[in-house]
Design a protein around this ligand. Sequence first.
Ligand code: MRU
Length: 355
Amino acid sequence: MVTTETAETHVYPVLWQQDHVLIIDQTKLPQDYTMVAISRCEDMLTAINSRLVRGGPALGMAAAYGLYLGARDIQTDDRAAFLERLEAIAEQLKGSRPDKANLLWCLDSMVKVAQDSGGTVAELQTKLLATAQEIQRQDWDICRAIGRYGLAALPDTPEKLTLYTHCNHGALATSGYGTSLGVIRTAWQAGRLEQVIAGETRPWLQGSRLTAWECVQEGIPVTVVTDSMAAYCMQQGWIHGVLVGADRIAANGDTVNKIGTYPLALAAKAQGVPFLVAASLATVDFSLPNAQGVAIAQGNVADVYQIGGTQMCPPGVGAFHPLADITPAKLITAIVTEKGAIAPADLANYASQQP
Ligand code: MRU
């Protein structure tokens, strides 16, 4: 991997450049805006595992380009041998973040394109790059549509909106616009936004480090709060809507998302605040009737007992780091997709409309 400084202002977390991928190193934000050039599948795996790139759709794109880079290095003219190796690389990439429905979906789509296409190995390699680029292009359109439907689903208030968001589901987590932060961006561009309240999102601080950074880049007024302040903000009547993303959504609307999402939904329900999940239909696992019993991936426990490398509790204490929690569908006002804002009870009707 090669690290370079750039002065680029528009935020594209994953960018194809002639023969390599550039990704923003999200571990360094907001202090440093650094891009890393990746030319080999192994380096993409390392980047994903080290969380340089994160957020379901951005991970999906990174993995898709990673698979192409791996495919480019397969040394055979034999189509069957090529496909066998390609499937093995896809499985390896899937293992890097199996909790992200988008990543799994992108890799399955890439493999299917190769399996279904005729032609030589060289032609399949070219087709895989085109598919990764198309996935990225489609994500932009999907996020724009989510932005429009999400704004329409928010209360039509005389005053401008104050919206609460958790984690980062913005440009950095997608092709460059965002899902839940895409709704907020759309509200800002439409002149309907007063400000964003960004929950800091302990322990990895995606809200304070990344969402707040994105808002500042664009001049969107943003206030950071600790996660423990969210219910208070809602109780004060300051919040017109809570917007979150999703790692995986079950067919009944149960939503697996960043740890801390479920308590926000509980508080929103108690305070009568609309709670919107913004995600593409590719995030919905229609084969999963509900999310009860979904295994939750565990993160590094040092993220919990340390902040910025400083120990925050006495030596010898236990620590626990579930990366996600499950928000039951009954707490969700609507799931905002590229096909519209859908009540959880109606979600299953959209199974045939996945991209
Ligand atoms: O662990 P992260 O930072 O990748 O978590 C991101 C999320 O929780 C998401 O909601 C998600 O993957 C969707 S991002 C548009």
